[in-house]
Design a protein. Structure first.
Length: 149
C-alpha cells in the first residue's frame, strides 16, 4: 500500500502489525509505520513510531537514523548527537552511508565543530559526489546561513 501511495491505509495496517506483541515483524512494521507517517507529513506520529521501534529493538538502525533527522529538525542537538553516536556504533564495519555523513555534518555545524564538519564534508564529497546528500551539502556550502533542505 505504501508503494501505491495509499499511505493512510498503509499506516493503519502497520499500526496493527506494530501492536501485535508476538509478531516477528513487529519492529519492521513500526519502522514502516514511521516512514509512512513521514510521507503523510505527520512528524510527531513518525517520531512516536520510531521510538516504539527502538523500545522493541534498541539496535534498529532505521529508527536511529530517522530519529536523528527529526531531532535535528527540532534543534534538539544533544539528543540527536547521542542517537547519531549510537548509530555509528551499530553500523561499525559496514561503511558509513551518505545520509549518516550528512547527519554528522549537520551536527558538527550545529555545534560549531569546524574540523569535524570539514572532515565529514570531504568524506561525503569524495565518496558520494553524485548523491542527494552531496547536492544538499553543496547548496548549503554556497549559502551557510540558509536552512538545510
Amino acid at each position: 500500500m505504501s508503494q501505491m501511495k495509499r499511505y493512510r491505509e498503509a499506516a493503519e495496517q502497520f499500526e496493527i502489525a506494530g501492536s501485535a506483541l508476538g509478531y516477528e515483524g513487529r519492529i519492521g512494521a513500526l519502522e514502516n509505520l514511521g516512514r509512512t507517517y513521514l510521507q503523510l507529513g505527520d512528524r510527531s506520529a513518525a517520531a512516536k513510531a520510531f521510538l516504539r521501534a527502538l523500545d522493541g529493538n534498541r539496535n534498529s538502525i532505521i529508527a536511529h537514523i530517522e530519529l536523528v533527522d527529526l531531532l535535528l529538525e527540532q534543534q534538539r542537538v544533544p539528543q540527536a548527537q547521542r542517537l547519531y553516536d549510537e548509530t555509528l556504533v551499530l553500523v561499525q564495519g559496514q561503511g558509513i552511508s551518505p545520509r549518516l555523513l550528512l547527519q554528522g555534518i549537520k551536527l558538527a555545524a550545529a555545534q560549531n565543530n569546524i574540523t569535524t564538519r570539514q572532515q565529514l564534508a570531504q568524506q561525503l564529497l569524495s565518496a558520494y559526489p553524485l548523491s542527494d546528500e552531496a547536492k544538499q551539502l553543496k547548496t548549503w556550502l554556497n549559502n551557510p546561513e540558509a536552512p538545510w533542505k
